[in-house]
Design a protein around this ligand. Structure first.
Ligand SMILES: NC(=O)c1ccc[n+]([C@@H]2O[C@H](COP(=O)([O-])OP(=O)(O)OC[C@H]3O[C@@H](n4cnc5c(N)ncnc54)[C@H](O)[C@@H]3O)[C@@H](O)[C@H]2O)c1
Length: 256
């Protein structure tokens, strides 16, 4: 992020990683437009963040609704210079034999169409106004397959979409990068725990032995929005406490 002149729009900004990004942008002197479907959380966060923040409701898969929200934010905030596509839904953990097609479609659609629509509506306008930076949010499941089929396929497509847009807008002063988070300690993960999932095996196979903190992802996002990353486009930055590396040497036994 450049400085107080930066105005960043964050989809899925009402909760978890998105909310941590919004707080960090305000702390560092920028403006933030929060777009989400969780109106109570979004409104409360905008109030907490003060006059440099605003909240608008929009489902990121709905082009007309997102366009309207973007127009409204344009009345209360300076023109958007950066975009973070953080809206997302929790994975469903099932083997393919039991995985309903509708559920697969829901997960792919929310992540892929949501990122596509957001970049189409807001990214296109940013390009028309001289460019900026976009950060999408993929997942460790996009590079390390797991039993969360719709989610993993969707996030792998988000990574590919990010790189396609980086190529497409490369000469238009628009950088497009993605973060590949591991397990981040947000309501998203806590919902898995509430549904009976034991999180300790995740920590056990993570080299750093813990979940990623939302603030740690926010730091990387702000780096990718800032001129410090001016040579980077189409990059996929892994922020996972080492989770995608696997559990180390234990399966191979003691070293001689
Ligand atoms: N938490 C993790 O371990 C983890 C790991 C890898 C990637 N991610 C990704 O990070 C992003 C944020 O996840 P989080 O953990 O902060 O989750 P979260 O549930 O705390 O926040 C997600 C937000 O997105 C909003 N949202 C969902 N669908 C939307 C839609 N169609 N339109 C607008 N808003 C919508 C929700 O209302 C919510 O406020 C997601 O894209 C998620 O897939 C999370």
């Amino acid at each position: 992020m450049e400085n107080s002149a930066s105005t960043i729009l964050v989809t899925g900004g009402a909760s978890g990683i998105g909310a941590a990004i919004c707080r960090m942008i305000i702390d560092r002197g920028g403006h933030v437009g929060i777009v989400d479907i969780s109106d109570d959380l979004g409104t409360a966060l905008a109030q907490e963040l003060g006059e440099n923040a605003d909240y608008q409701h929009a489902d990121v898969c709905d082009e007309a609704q997102l366009g309207k929200a973007y127009e409204s934010l344009g009345k209360s905030l300076p023109p958007v210079t950066g975009l973070v596509t953080c809206a997302g839904v929790s994975p469903t953990r099932l083997p393919i034999e039991d995985y309903p097609l509708e559920e697969f479609r829901r997960l792919v659609d929310n992540h892929v169409s949501g990122t596509f629509v957001t970049c189409k509506v807001i990214g296109t306008d940013m390009v028309a106004r001289g460019g900026g930076a976009i950060v999408t949010i993929s997942s460790a499941l996009s590079i390390r397959p797991g039993p969360m089929l719709g989610y993993g396929a969707g996030k792998a497509a988000v990574l590919n979409l990010t790189q396609s847009l980086a190529v497409h807008w490369g000469k238009k002063n628009m950088r497009v990068n993605t973060i590949v988070p591991g397990w981040v300690d947000t309501p998203f993960i806590r919902r898995q725990e509430a549904a009976g999932r034991d999180l300790s095996p995740i920590k056990d196979v993570t080299p750093m032995g813990r979940l990623v903190k939302p603030k740690e992802v926010a730091e990387v996002v702000l780096f990718l929005l800032s001129p410090a990353s001016s040579a980077m486009t189409g990059a996929a930055i892994v922020a996972d406490c080492g989770a995608t590396l696997g559990g180390g040497w234990l399966p191979y036994g003691e070293l001689p």
